[in-house]
Design a protein around this ligand. Structure first.
Ligand code: NDP
Length: 234
């Protein structure tokens, strides 16, 4: 059955792979972008997840186009890495605002429609470093760990209404975000990954496709690693 899906940051990278996978599965898929326009074949709405009014306006457009959001994939995210000693408060709050408060904003807006429909799927794209930590990523890791708290609290609040809230914790995926790493950083990371390689965005998308499905109805409050074994299940 085709659901109304919204993927934040679905204009490129992992978000775009998720959007394409869900569209292929027969869902009606909308993506947010911040001015780049909609990718071919997908419905695009312009929204920055740090702005509540833009989020609300985007949801209204999606509702008009394909009905209330039934599957929300909160994927938009940024990094701004540096060691804590050098991290400004602005660097910390900017990353948390986009990655964590942004997820709160879209989840809150989506919850209305899901409650009315008595069905819903929240999928939050976290990261292996939200669970393991990473030097230079106090802001990013905190924001990604926070998504687990959001999902598990939502599971308790809404779990009796056929609404699930799960987290995917990707490891290292080939996108613009990881392109900025140096060759030596990349080699050092790959040496720690049992799979011995980075993942393709489509490998994350396949996990989202499952969590968004009717078949995943009893999977709730889970953190699903897609990391080639890097976190060993954590
Ligand atoms: P990219 O940098 O390739 O893409 C980031 C996406 O997020 C873009 O679509 C970007 O939009 C959007 N975005 C960023 N900030 C905002 C905002 N304030 N409002 C709306 N959209 C925003 O990253 P990836 O595809 O690699 O990452 C996607 C998600 O997966 C992120 O949450 C990331 O933390 C997570 N992740 C990535 C991993 C990796 O190895 N790549 C590993 C683990 C997790 P725009 O095009 O306008 O900039």
């Amino acid at each position: 059955m085709g659901r109304s899906v919204l993927v934040t940051g679905g204009n490129r990278g992992i978000g775009l792979a998720i959007a394409r996978e869900l569209a292929e599965a027969g869902h009606k898929v909308a993506v947010t972008h911040r001015g780049s326009g909609a990718p071919e074949g997908l419905f695009g709405v312009q929204a920055d997840v740090t702005d509540t009014e833009q989020v609300d306006a985007a949801f209204k457009q999606v509702e008009e186009h394909q009905g209330p959001v039934e599957v929300l994939v909160s994927n938009a995210g940024i990094t701004d890495d540096t060691l804590l000693m050098r991290m400004s408060e602005e660097q910390f709050t900017r990353v948390v605002d986009a990655n964590l408060t942004g997820a709160y904003r879209v989840a809150k807006r989506a919850s209305r429609g899901m409650l009315r429909a008595k069905w819903g799927r929240f999928v939050f794209i976290s990261s292996v470093v939200g669970l393991s930590g990473q030097a230079g990523q106090v802001n990013y890791a905190a924001s990604k760990a926070g998504l687990v708290g959001i999902a598990r609290s939502l599971t308790r609040e809404l779990g009796s209404r056929n609404i699930t809230a799960n987290v995917i914790a990707p490891g290292f995926i080939k996108t613009d975000m990881t392109d900025s790493l140096s060759d030596s950083q990349r080699e050092a990371m790959v040496a720690q990954i049992p799979a011995g390689r980075y993942a393709e965005p489509a490998e994350v998308a396949a996990a989202v496709r499952f969590l968004a499905s009717d078949e995943a109805s009893y999977v709730n409050g889970a953190v699903l690693p897609v990391d080639g074994g890097l976190g060993m299940g954590h």
